[in-house]
Design a protein around this ligand. Structure first.
Ligand code: MRU
Length: 358
């Protein structure tokens, strides 16, 4: 089913999250059901958005930032008091701890909410809906800009390794790492992608492969453990991944498994690029050690498609993210420019440069 929305801001015929024109219902694509089914769920309350984010219907840091903003709109629409809105907003911000865009988006929305404290309810709701849609548009524009900047670093004929899904499904639209791939492909039609399947949620197999195949961009799947083999054969020319939080010193938290690819890239002299909107840079976080790492349920690892694949009673570890030290990152692509490499000075420089207009 294509998206039941008259004018999705994603710029595609699918979208991770949208707000219906009336501003009282959000649509979320249930990514757990992709690629077999494309089903949109109507989200009507802020707490329903908390569940949608925690249960991974919508995932990917910038996309959950957009969904969080829409969640605050829904909360304000239905709440009986300002305190209720603040309480729901706090639950949205805490739904997933590593993805910094969640708290960032909630903070931005609450600033609008507080600024218009005396306004009539309908007017305040409309202002919040405008702000959330602006945030969504800015995210898509940021992806397009970093895509262009990043693509200039990808030589024609490259095979690009990516991990997890940092595409249109993980953002307001277009994608961060996959935005770079899309822009590089649009230029030369001469890049291809190796997508890591990304255990245990299979974002690479289910989502990255789905998006790229839809666009006709050549993609092949590899299991996470195969990348060393392909690096050692010289079959990977660049790694491009997204990020869930970037610390002030340039350390990058991304989907579990990313750090291993970064080490292999360093060992084999392959550039390792990160693409992320400026909203993912957390200058208040001194280093990767201070980034909270989300631990998810053990049975997301011990079960596969609902079926137990480990002995009964054995528990699994499940950190959802790891941290790649700044020194392993060749360059960071953002809409404000490239941090090359992404150390504190470069991030300070970008922090001072003006945000491009959406
Ligand atoms: O657990 P997920 O699917 O939300 O993790 C997503 C990732 O780690 C992505 O690589 C990251 O959010 C960048 S998305 C543009």
């Amino acid at each position: 089913m294509s998206i039941p929305h008259p004018a999705p801001l994603s710029g595609a015929d699918y979208s991770a999250a949208e707000l219906l024109p009336e501003g009282d219902v959000a649509l979320v694509l249930d990514q757990r059901r992709l690629p077999s089914e494309e089903v949109y769920v109507e989200v009507r309350t802020g707490d329903a958005m908390v569940d949608a984010i925690r249960d991974m219907l919508v995932r990917g840091t910038p996309a959950i930032g957009v969904a969080a903003a829409y969640g605050v709109v829904l909360a304000a629409h239905r709440a009986r008091s300002d305190d209720e809105v603040r309480a729901v907003a706090a639950r949205i911000a805490a739904a997933r701890p590593t993805a910094v865009n969640l708290a960032w988006a909630v903070h931005r929305m609450l600033a609008v909410f507080e600024r218009h404290a005396g306004a009539p309810r309908a007017e305040r709701s409309a202002l919040l809906a405008d702000e959330a849609r602006a945030l969504h548009r800015e995210d898509v524009a940021a992806c397009r800009r970093m895509g262009e900047l990043g693509a200039a670093r990808i030589p024609d004929g490259s095979t690009i390794l990516t991990h997890c899904n940092a595409g249109a499904l993980a953002t307001g639209g277009y994608g961060t790492a996959l935005g770079v791939v899309r822009a590089a492909y649009a230029r030369s039609r001469d890049v291809r992608v190796l997508a890591c399947e990304t255990r245990p949620y299979l974002q690479g197999a289910r989502l990255t492969a789905w998006e790229l195949a839809k666009d006709g961009i050549p993609v092949e799947l590899v299991t996470d453990g195969m990348t060393g083999h392909f690096f050692s054969r010289g079959a990977i020319d660049a790694v491009v991944v997204g990020a869930d939080r970037i610390a002030r010193n340039g350390d990058v938290a991304n989907k579990i498994g990313t750090y291993g690819h970064a080490c292999l890239a360093r060992l084999h002299g392959v550039p390792f690029y990160v693409a992320a909107p400026w909203s993912t840079v957390d200058l208040g976080c001194p280093s990767g050690l201070a980034i909270p790492i989300e631990e998810r349920a053990s049975d997301e690892v011990t079960r596969f498609g609902g079926k137990l694949v480990a002995p009964e009673g054995v528990r699994a570890r499940h950190p959802a993210f790891d941290v790649t030290r700044a020194g392993y990152v060749t360059a960071l692509f953002t809409e404000r420019g490239i941090a090359d490499p992404p150390g504190p000075d470069e991030l300070e420089r970008l922090a001072r440069s003006p945000a491009p207009q959406a």
